[in-house]
Design a protein around this ligand. Structure first.
Ligand code: KG4
Ligand code: ZN
Length: 346
């Protein structure tokens, strides 16, 4: 799976949403990672596309510059530049894609188009400097749980995914973010709920559970159930949220994670796969990680979750996916254009 006798240096650039990030990998070993998170969206309760692309324009040069410097190499050492081609916000994608094309042209090296979803999964193959750890072996079941996606895929190899099920409405991360907004918490709500929940009772309040067959998901019923519950309680006590914030966060988090765990159990049983790989921002959730470890131990499942920094959007996962494509010489011409929906990998 890895290059045997030559070190390959890949620069990965990620600008699909609200994180400007760049990283350098030597084969699958992380040399540097820079992530500039855009604080500007916090007060809007969600990502504002216009502001995102403007912030990417401001950040991209220093972010890439520091990533190369931190890696301790000269840019002439890079073998290729991997970039997120999609899916994502068009204005945001365009900044990273244009920058990568220009730098690759100047250095005379190829660009490698990477699918953001595939890259989230491939984050599980990254090792830290000097670290040797067991890596997932194909085929495996992967759950992508992010702000934009919640889906099961069967990963056949480093380049090929088959969709097994996905959300029919909101993504799990969206469920965190939208319910957090109802609690007057800043965007993105997932990490804030995670923190508050650690001091709350997960069984304090019960919310609606979806009744979706097979390996698909639904989170909109839960969201509406939280909305109506809060509306009713606030009529009785306008300070209900402040008084019960920890219990509300813990109960919402518990409801979302239990939906995910139930489906994971079903997916592993249906596919008979024994390896589960997590990907995407929601897999940073501390309760989810703990719950999955317990589940994997009791069910004898091999579980892989990237370290929290590599679960949310980052350039390292783009470089990792780019490395695998580099070994198959899957380069792209310099006139390639980003895509906002769909996927390269399915
Ligand atoms: O993968 P990601 O960075 O971006 C997308 O591709 O969407 O995921 C972002 C999502 C957001 O919805 C955010 O609230 C959620 O991941 N998230 C979390 C946590 N950290 C990030 N959700 C729950 N608990 C967390 N600790
Ligand atoms: Zn993502």
């Amino acid at each position: 799976m890895f290059s045997e006798n030559k070190n390959i240096y890949i620069l990965g650039i990620e600008t699909s949403c609200d994180e400007t990030s760049a990283a350098v990998l030597k084969n699958n070993e992380l040399q540097s990672l820079v992530i500039a998170s855009q604080k500007v969206h916090e007060k809007y309760g969600g990502v504002v596309p216009e502001l995102a692309s403007r912030a990417h324009q401001q950040n991209i040069i220093p972010v890439v510059d520091v990533a190369i410097r931190d890696a301790g190499i000269d840019k002439s050492k890079l073998n290729a530049i991997a970039l997120t081609l999609g899916p994502g916000l068009p204005g945001s994608l365009m900044v990273g894609v244009s920058f990568a094309k220009t730098l690759a042209w100047a250095l005379g090296i190829p660009i490698i188009p990477v699918d953001h979803l595939l890259a989230h999964i491939m984050a599980n193959f990254i090792v830290q400097k000097g670290e040797s750890k067991k890596l997932p072996s194909f085929p495996f079941l992967a759950l992508i749980v992010s702000g934009g996606h919640t889906m099961f895929v069967r990963a056949e190899d480093e380049l090929t995914l088959v969709t097994l099920g996905k959300t029919i409405d909101d993504a799990a991360g969206e469920a965190f973010d939208k319910t957090a907004k109802m609690l007057d918490l800043p965007y993105p709500g997932g990490p804030v709920i995670d923190k508050l929940a650690s001091q709350g009772n997960p069984l304090a309040f019960a919310f609606a559970k979806p009744n979706i067959k097979g390996l698909n998901f639904s989170f909109s019923g839960l969201k509406t159930s939280v909305l109506y519950f809060l509306r009713d309680q606030l009529k009785k006590d306008p300070e209900f949220i402040q008084k019960n914030l920890h219990d509300l966060a813990a109960s919402i988090q518990y409801s979302i994670i239990e939906i995910l765990i139930e489906k994971i159990d079903l997916a592993l049983k249906e596919t008979q796969l024994k390896t589960l790989v997590l990907a995407g921002g929601v897999s940073a959730n501390s309760y989810f990680r703990k719950r999955l470890q317990e589940y994997a131990t009791t069910q004898n499942i091999e579980l892989y979750i990237p370290p929290p920094i590599l679960t949310t959007d980052n350039g390292a996962m783009i470089a990792m996916s780019g490395y695998f494509k580099y070994l198959h010489q899957q380069y792209a011409p310099l006139d390639i254009q980003p895509y906002t929906t769909g996927s390269l990998a399915f």
